[in-house]
Design a protein around this ligand. Sequence first.
Ligand code: KG4
Ligand code: ZN
Length: 376
Amino acid sequence: MKILAIETSCDETSASVIEGKIPVKLNKKSFLGIKILSNVISSQIKIHAKWGGVVPNLAAREHLKNIVPVINDAIYMAKTNLNKIDLIAVTRGPGLIPALLIGTNSAKAISYFYKIPLIGIHHIESHIYANFIQKRPPGDIEFPILCLIVSGGHTQLVLMKNHLKYEIIGQTLDDAAGEAFDKVAKILGLGYPGGPIVSELAKQARKLQGHLDDQLKIADSKTRTSFPRPMLNSEKFNFSFSGLKTAVLYFYKKIEQETKNQNQLNLWKKYICKEFEEAAIEVLTKKTIRSAKEFKPKTILLAGGVAANSFLRDQLSLSVKKELPETVFSSPPPELCGDNAAMVGAAAFYRYILTKNKIPFQKNWKSLEADASMEI
Ligand code: KG4
Ligand code: ZN
């Protein structure tokens, strides 16, 4: 079956056509076959960069401009047409309400006009199901699964005992991990979105380690900074990133005042990115491993925009291998970590196959509503 999926929860207008292979016999634990026929993403980064973050009404205006061409492109690239689509999937929430409304209303209009069933999908469920599109080594994804979800709006540890069953076992009490990356980039004047820039500078700093130590005169361990690892040792599996961000702010203010040379200041920025990234990722990794030791999942999955961070992928993968060698670790391919519609289609396909008889698809063009604070 073919699914047209639409995603407009934040600053990416995306549409995708996926093809799902309907299983002859339903084995609830196995992978269903999914092929991405198209996945068009129109990013608004340049528009929001000037403001240092996403402006909801600007996002909605851009989604409105882009939604029809993006859907058309997705249909064209998939070499299909709307008459051949069996199901429409759309992100219903959580997200920015003016942005969500563009996607949901477009999906409702197509559903009504072409008489195609419609399904609303939770954004975090989509991020999780980005892991279920292609089988990835080293092993099969098996339940129970522990998911570390790290995006611009969420940081959660979610336990899945089966498909579509979610239990939140920990979450951030303040900033999300991606938000912390974005705020650190803003403090350092590096632009938006901060995650990829901070992670690139951190990578450069790791390569320059000895040189940085000499140039910044921080070889002596007493002069090195160590940013806090908030809630690292708290018993619960919650996170907090706002104290770490504030520590970066105060440290950078002092360095900025003391450093007159721009090249030297740029080296300090690289050093701060590295120290920040290592602090944030140590907390994410250690808490995931600790919760896995308690909940004993067979698989650990990474999901969300920050899952594209190569240091996080490497550290978590290494820690799982070392401390839980029996557990499979998997993350989506980097290009499917950020917001995109193919993951919405994947989640919709699993929902359709596993709950087909319980959802009134035919009526959904009338009743489906965007929900900015939708619960998983
Ligand atoms: O999932 P996503 O695309 O949108 C939301 O649902 O929020 O995540 C976006 C977040 C942003 O905060 C962005 O800075 C962060 O993911 N991000 C990264 C990286 N790539 C994107 N953070 C750290 N390292 C990266 N390589
Ligand atoms: Zn997202």
